[in-house]
Design a protein around this ligand. Structure first.
Ligand code: SF4
Ligand code: SF4
Ligand code: SF4
Length: 341
């Protein structure tokens, strides 16, 4: 079938015969495999639902993941070789981990995947990306490292590593005309990743338009809001009620929370099956979804510079409103006078 992209906002006819789509997942960037682990906790949909064909109208999905595969060694690598030679289409390439700069040293490689049968040497991850990306129907960066470099790309690191858009180019498009899709997070929020994959599969099936991405190549609907806008503690912020120690229920901005300026839906979505979500459960937001992470958010656990100004600005309003609400609440906690007369 034709897997050409559909302009955003238009729907296509359901494909008469759905394709089989292979997902080739490279964990061999500079990575901790955290995004793979996170993905196994997804429920909307779960990876099992996708692989077992439990969701109607989707192509059959075959996942090739080094951590989850039964196959090992050259048997496992075979499908990657086929794809790199253009003999496996269509497939989605998922990259986890940042992409090192293999040109900044004389020998060796920073990251590799599999072994070259002729030389017996590791095959650099960059070589795989160079060979696979031109044949991929879509390329997805899983986690902040793959999207923007992340922790491994901190200033002073020797690998010169970067995210996929910096490596392939921010205007890069797959052969189907789909830009790199970045799903950041350290690790990625499980359902954010699976929902993005589901969207791409629906697009492949011809039942969804092209995926809407923002300027940082993130799925626009998932990253439009700040943590603050969906935080359970936002009411405390509005009333200028700030925690001075962990374990308190108030807003933790003075303990280092960057939520007001960080685009992430974890406050609303939670972490697993709707439960958790950093600031909601008492952990300051350290901005792990953002392209500037981690350098621009350090030192962690210090009050963000902008927070001093903004919290000072809300103090007068917040304390006044809190006091007035206290009076109103005291009144509302009593039955109307006429009931006791
Ligand atoms: Fe690990 Fe975080 Fe990088 Fe994912 S984004 S590979 S979880 S360090
Ligand atoms: Fe905003 Fe963070 Fe306070 Fe939540 S804890 S209300 S995200 S500043
Ligand atoms: Fe990362 Fe902040 Fe979102 Fe937590 S709330 S996942 S620290 S961006």
């Amino acid at each position: 079938m034709d897997l050409a992209p559909v302009p955003h906002g238009r729907r296509t006819q359901r494909a008469p015969a759905l394709p089989v789509i292979d997902i080739l997942w490279l964990t061999a960037g500079l990575s901790c495999d955290g995004d793979s682990i996170a993905m196994t906790a997804a429920t909307q949909p779960s990876i099992e639902d996708l692989l077992l064909g439990m969701i109607p109208g989707l192509p059959e999905v075959r996942l090739h993941h080094p951590v989850l595969a039964y196959k090992t060694g050259k048997d496992f690598l075979q499908v990657f070789e086929q794809a790199a030679e253009g003999r496996l289409e269509p497939f989605i390439l998922v990259v986890e981990g940042s992409v090192p700069n293999e040109k900044n040293k004389l020998d060796g490689c920073w990251a590799g995947f599999g072994t070259d049968r002729t030389t017996g040497q590791p095959i650099p991850t960059c070589d795989w990306i160079d060979r696979l990306a031109p044949h991929a129907w879509a390329v997805v960066a899983a986690g902040t490292c793959a999207a923007y470099g992340g922790i491994h790309a901190m200033v002073g690191n020797p690998t010169g590593c970067m995210g996929l858009p910096d490596y392939l180019g921010w205007k890069w498009q797959s052969k189907a005309g789909i830009p790199i899709v970045c799903v950041p997070g350290c690790p990625v929020q499980p359902d954010n990743f699976m929902e993005t994959l589901l969207y791409l599969l629906r697009h492949a099936a011809g039942t969804a338009p092209a995926i809407p991405l923002d300027a940082q190549l993130r799925p626009a609907w998932l990253f439009a809001q700040t943590v603050h806008e969906g935080c359970d503690r936002a009411g405390y912020y509005e009333q200028a009620d700030f925690a001075s120690e962990y374990g308190a229920r108030q807003c933790i901005v003075k303990l280092g929370c960057w939520g007001p300026v960080v685009q992430c839906n974890v406050g609303k979505r939670g972490w697993m099956t709707g439960i958790g979500g950093c600031a909601n459960v008492g952990g300051v937001c350290i901005g792990c979804t953002m392209p500037g992470f981690p350098d621009k958010f350090m030192p962690f656990l210090n009050e963000p510079p902008g927070a001093k100004l903004s919290t000072t600005a809300v103090v007068t309003y917040g304390r006044t409103v809190r006091a007035l609400r206290g009076f109103t609440r005291a009144s509302l906690n009593k039955e109307p006078d006429w009931r006791t007369q």
